[in-house]
Ligand binder design. Structure first.
Ligand code: CAA
Length: 262
């Protein structure tokens, strides 16, 4: 059982049917992402991927910080070859290929690798005190876990350049305006709102959710015709599922559908 597992840097809680809440928990370092934390997070995702009952995940930090970046002390010990062979790269790939909905509930500092982690989520909900930034330039480096690429796609060229080149963070309000997050809440409601969304998604047909997520993600790095072709294939595939029959039958019979994941 996930909740009883012994992690050092995060906690996992089964909140309701199908929803796990993962809380980053390195308060002494504002949840800086060291290798242990990324390793534990990728272990949780492995477990969630293999557990059929898990339908959606919410990832959060504390009220003070979602995460203040890569662990600078750990990074300082790596030379070029160390960075080249960094095992963290595999953990990032694990997060990237997670097939179930991942919602980030962000309060406080969301910086550097922390902002990059939040951008791995499918949906971002932020407290109005959240602060998003890529301050790596202040350390003489640059984002290295997808920051330049995912920011560009999320907020466009000018804001991505502004954040990455100046190192200056933006407010939750600005993040909402430029599309980095989809909603802003009172800070004490952020996790609750993310969980409500996750619970709603958890009631939908899992195969449809999975293919819809994949279609949107593929669309981010494909031209329109390639994206549309993928969408049509996924849509066609869903016609062969029990849940499609159930969903349509339930609508016609004016009742709630009971999806089986088949
Ligand atoms: N790594 C390691 N430790 C960190 C950390 C980080 N990224 N961010 C904060 N901490 C530690 C601090 O060292 C401090 O520890 P001590 O109490 O032992 O000194 C503790 O967390 C609390 O932090 P502060 O005292 O600095 O808190 P503050 O409220 O004064 O400032 C802050 C908060 C503005 C976020 C500041 O901590 C800060 O600037 N942090 C670094 C942010 C940063 O540069 N992140 C990018 C990292 S590089 C990266 O992420 C690379 C990549 O893309 C993969």
């Amino acid at each position: 059982h996930m909740t009883t597992e012994n992690f050092h840097t995060l906690t996992v809680e089964t909140v309701s049917a199908g929803v796990w809440l993962v809380r980053l928990n390195r308060p002494q370092a504002l949840n800086a992402l060291n290798t242990e934390l990324l390793g534990e997070l990728s272990a949780v995702l492995d477990h969630a991927e293999m557990t059929e009952d898990v339908r959606a995940l919410v990832l959060t930090g504390s009220t003070r910080a979602f995460a203040a970046g890569a662990d600078i002390n750990e990074m300082a010990a790596l030379d070029m070859v160390g960075i080249l062979n960094d095992p963290r790269q595999q953990h990032w790939q694990r997060i990237t290929r997670f097939s179930k909905p991942l919602i980030a509930a962000v309060n406080g500092f969301c910086l550097g690798g922390g902002c990059e982690l939040a951008m791995h989520a499918d949906i971002l909900i932020a407290g109005h005190d959240a602060e998003f930034g890529q301050p790596e330039i202040n350390l003489g480096i640059m984002p290295g876990a997808g920051g330049t690429q995912r920011l560009l796609r999320a907020v466009g060229k000018s804001m991505a350049m502004q954040m990455v080149l100046s190192g200056q963070p933006i407010s939750a309000q600005q993040a909402l305006q430029c599309g980095l997050v989809s909603e802003i809440t009172q800070p004490e409601m952020t996790v609750e709102r993310a969980l409500a969304l996750a619970c709603r998604i958890a009631t939908k047909a899992p195969l449809a959710v999975r293919l819809a997520k994949e279609a949107i993600l593929r669309g981010m790095d494909a031209d329109l015709s390639t994206g549309l072709r993928y969408e049509r294939q996924a849509f066609t595939l869903l016609a062969a599922t029990d849940d499609r029959n159930e969903g349509i039958a339930a609508f016609r019979e004016k009742r709630q559908p009971g999806f089986s994941g088949r």
